[in-house]
Design a protein around this ligand. Structure first.
Ligand code: C2E
Ligand code: CA
Ligand code: CA
Length: 729
């Protein structure tokens, strides 16, 4: 047919005409959206669109009634429609062999189509103005005429738009070609890959067709991908669709770059399909916007930062009285960072950010406040039940294992919630209260959510005062040491003492480590205090010697900070020298968890000290994950079997067997075994039978000040005697 020549015969000219308008990837424009809304109304059809037909795909400049933006060109209505100057009318696509197997019909359930070509002044048909319906339709000649007129208006708009653009110094019409358009099936396998995608990612269409979309996702984000696809395919709502997302993508050469992704999801009888429209925004980010972007976004996750989040909350509160702020973090994030490295920690945060993003709904804002703390703004604070549900879902979402950097990480989170106007009316107060609730959730053991209440404020104030007091406890010399006896199980002879830290609090009285150790350990103060404990314990032992109590060793607990600081060998040796003690007089206790968490190198100081004769005890043995084989590589002179095993050694055969096993292995490795927390004679007897060398516990004595200890043992190294047994029991 003659009129076909200008489209079919001159595809190059047609594409040039199309790209001249620089429409691809342009943001929505009200003029075009009004046209499609009008089209849908006039035709009483659910869908109306302005479709541009490019070399291998269709792109929807405006879409009413669907969030589709990209379609494959093959078997499409629109590519057929531009073959003729007259509109294409399809009453029932399922009976039309040209379209029956197209994506739109099979996936989106389209039955009827009417589309008029968009014909430029120079005669090129670059796309269509069309309506689609999910039921069969009989389109009339009047319909066809109307479509043609509307298509004419659309082209006029293009022309005007182009006119405007030309004056904008050399409109770069390459922009369209740089946009990657990708479609995948429900499992994330690529079904369509355009030229733009080839250029952007460095994979050809042939390479990518049928491949997992995850290939273009940086490995650290991949963990959260497959389940995301699967969930949406299984019918879950995706909140990623329909709005631009800024993410990182991966090229075939392994380099990463930032993209803006616009995701489309369509469902039909054959399942779910995904369409992605992707723009490389490296340049955009590298320009001015980068400055603004940086000011408002967290560089690691791409989420809003604290400043931007506050601005969002404020803006929301100006217009609405009601809102809820949810803050949350990971329980034990620090452990991941410390044990598995920062790279894994970062990847975990990125995966969490992605998951949270998928969890948010329209009108909600998610941000990373810093560290592992994230925040979510809910637009409505009036439905307490709904907020609780959101919090629960959030906790579940954090609970699902994270696959990052080759690790399967199973974590829990804590959530704090504050509600406006109920609990605060301004941003600052709302955030502080949400934080307080988070703090409370953590304090209550984590893995839970808490909604703010006024009691929390008082509690926090008290905690603050306490922390402050602790900071000054050292300077004010409020720390003291108590000493607990260690005895030989064979004959009851005193063999050593363990120094235990106490805080003589000005108003609360004598405090045990349980009340303050966890706070102390988070401060540099731990290092200072640890040094003092070591010195004070050695000084005490030297004094006892002078007074005539000899033949015993002093056990001193180490803080992790003392290992990290890297001066342990020097500190220990100068302290021993200062008090005239031999290395064998001292035994350093390190808990199993601290020992295992260290880099092997960080244990070198203990190795050195061990070879020089200082005793090294493995504290709380059995509570961590130390394998017995780890004992061989660890510099060790003593194992301290944890109290939890001792407690039921008499009643529980399992504990008995473990203790027996440990004692046997200890003997074979030349390591002494001491049992902690012995409270009854029966326990002592069972432990002796199991092969433990020594014991420590209330049966023999609690921790007491140095003078009391000395007075009791000076002339009587076996003073544990039955009398005490009766008194304690
Ligand atoms: P730990 O090293 O396992 O110390 C033994 C703890 O068990 C002491 O509690 C002791 O009083 C208690 N205990 C001893 N025998 C019995 C018993 O028969 N029954 C019961 N129920 N408990 C018994 P304390 O003094 O409260 O110390 C708690 C923890 O605080 C210590 O556990 C240790 O991990 C830490 N700690 C204490 N002093 C220091 C210190 O100077 N430096 C460091 N880094 N940590 C310390
Ligand atoms: Ca200890
Ligand atoms: Ca212990």
């Amino acid at each position: 047919m003659f009129h076909d020549d200008d489209t079919g015969g001159d595809e190059t000219g047609r594409l040039a005409a199309l790209h001249r308008y620089d429409l691809f990837g342009s943001p929505p424009e009200p003029d075009f959206d009004k046209m499609t809304a009008l089209g849908a109304e006039l035709f009483e059809a659910p869908i109306c669109a302005i479709v541009l037909v490019a070399e291998d795909h269709l792109w929807l400049k405006s879409h009413h009634g669907t969030d589709l933006t990209i379609l494959a060109k093959a078997k499409s209505f629109c590519s057929e429609a531009i073959g003729d100057s007259a509109p294409l009318l399809v009453a029932d696509a399922t009976t039309d062999p040209r379209f029956a197997h197209s994506e739109l019909v099979q996936l989106a359930g389209i039955r009827a189509y009417a589309g008029a070509p968009l014909t430029t002044a120079d005669g090129h048909r670059i796309g269509t103005f069309c309506v689609l319906d999910t039921i069969t339709r009989q389109f009339t000649p009047q319909h066809a005429a109307m479509l043609t007129r509307m298509a004419g208006i659309v082209v006029d708009l293009f022309e005007r738009r182009y006119g405007d653009r030309v004056s904008e110094i050399l409109a770069p019409f390459a922009q369209g070609a740089h946009m990657a358009l990708i479609t995948t099936d429900g499992a994330g396998r690529v079904s369509f890959w355009n030229v733009g995608a080839e250029e952007m990612f460095g994979y050809s269409r042939a390479e990518m067709t049928g491949q997992d979309m995850a290939r273009i996702v940086p490995p650290r984000f991949r963990g959260s991908h497959p389940d995301g696809f699967a969930r949406v395919a299984a019918g879950a709502e995706s909140n990623l669709a329909g709005r631009p997302l800024e993410l990182m993508a991966l090229r075939s050469d392994g380099s990463e770059f930032p993209i803006e992704l616009f995701l489309t999801i369509w469902r039909g009888p054959l399942g779910v399909g995904f369409g992605a429209q992707i723009q490389d925004i490296s340049e955009r980010r590298s320009r001015e916007e980068q400055l603004e972007y940086r000011a408002n976004h967290d560089p690691l996750t791409g989420l809003l930062n604290r400043t931007a989040f506050k601005a969002c909350v404020s803006a929301h509160l100006r217009k609405n009285a009601s809102a809820a702020v949810i803050v949350f973090d990971l329980d034990g994030f620090k452990t991941v960072n410390d044990d598995l490295g920062h790279a894994t920690g970062d990847a975990l945060l990125q995966a969490l950010a992605l998951r949270t993003l998928a969890f948010t709904r329209d009108g909600e804002v998610v941000a990373r406040l810093g560290g592992d703390e994230f925040a979510l703004l809910l637009a409505d604070g009036s439905e307490l039940g709904a907020i609780r549900e959101r919090a629960k879902t959030l906790l579940e979402l954090i609970n699902r294992p994270f696959a990052v950097n080759g690790y399967q990480l199973k974590l829990a989170g804590s959530v704090g919630i504050a509600i406006a106007p109920l609990q605060a009316r301004d941003t600052e107060a709302l955030l502080i209260r949400a934080d307080l609730a988070l703090f409370k959730a953590k304090n209550d053991g984590g893995s839970r959510y808490r909604i703010f209440d006024t009691g929390m404020e008082k509690q926090l104030a008290a905690t603050r005062v306490f922390q402050d007091e602790l900071r000054h406890a050292f300077a004010k010399q409020q720390f003291e040491l108590h000493f607990q006896p260690q005895v030989s199980l064979a004959d009851g002879r005193l063999v050593g003492a363990e120094a235990l830290l106490r805080w003589r609090h000005p108003t609360l009285g004598l405090l045990f480590p349980k009340a303050f150790l966890s706070i102390l350990e988070t401060h540099a103060l731990a290092f200072q205090t640890g040094g003092w404990v070591l010195d004070e314990a050695c000084r005490t032992l030297a004094q006892w010697r002078l007074a005539g109590l000899s033949g015993i060793r002093m056990g001193v607990n180490l803080f992790a900070a003392q290992l990290h600081a890297g001066m342990l060998v020097e500190t220990v040796e100068t302290t021993l020298a200062r008090h005239g003690l031999a290395p064998a007089d001292l035994e350093l206790e390190i808990t199993e968890t601290i020992a295992l968490r260290q880099d092997r190198r960080e244990l070198d100081p203990l190795r050195t000290l061990h070879t020089r004769g200082v005793g090294i005890a493995f504290d709380d043995f059995g509570t961590g994950f130390a394998s017995l084989s780890a004992l061989k590589t660890f510099p060790l002179s003593r194992l301290k079997i944890d109290r939890s095993f001792v407690q039921d050694v008499v009643s529980d055969a399992h504990s008995q067997a473990i203790i027996k096993g440990v004692a046997t292995i200890g003997r074979n490795l030349g390591i002494n075994v001491i049992a902690e927390g012995i409270e009854t004679r029966a326990q002592a007897e069972a432990l002796r039978e199991a092969g433990c060398d020594a014991g420590q516990g209330f049966l023999y004595g609690r921790g007491v000040p140095a003078d009391a200890f000395l007075a009791r043992y000076l002339d009587n190294p076996r003073s544990y005697a039955p009398a005490l047994d009766e008194a304690e029991a």
